[in-house]
Design a protein around this ligand. Structure first.
Ligand code: FES
Length: 127
């Protein structure tokens, strides 16, 4: 097959591939150049949950999950550059997990949510 029609078709396909590559490379550039977003205050009080021995949990680090205190994948969709904290417990027990995302003992509440800084912050605002 040849002729001017084939040449036009090849050129159009090539342009399409090029624009797809540019789109992907610019997406990659955005992904890698983006500094991790700051965590946001999800709530201002901890959530008590029963953790089962041997189960792996993923605590939301970014504060954007709608399934607090656990991760729902929002950190990926919103390109935060943050990752959930995976953890396991040795024995089944009820604990208070942090939702303000300012704890110094993640994933557990350490009382930081009572600070003036957190109590004055808007829910959803960066730390
Ligand atoms: S909820 Fe974050 S320290 Fe208590």
């Amino acid at each position: 097959m040849g002729g001017p029609g084939a040449a036009v078709l090849r050129a159009a396909r090539g342009a399409g591939q090029l624009s797809q590559r540019r789109g992907f490379s610019s997406w990659l550039a955005r992904w890698f150049s983006k500094a991790p977003a700051k965590a946001v205050v999800a709530q201002k009080t901890p959530i008590k949950v029963e953790l089962v021995a041997g189960t792996t949990y993923r605590w939301c680090v970014c504060g954007r999950s709608t399934k607090q205190p656990f991760c729902d994948g929002s950190h990926l969709f919103q390109l935060t550059g943050l990752s959930p904290l995976k953890f396991k417990v040795q024995e089944t027990r009820t604990v208070a997990l942090c939702t303000c995302k300012a704890t110094k003992r993640p994933p557990y509440c350490d009382g930081t949510h009572r600070s003036e800084r957190i109590q004055k912050a808007e829910v959803g605002s960066p730390l």
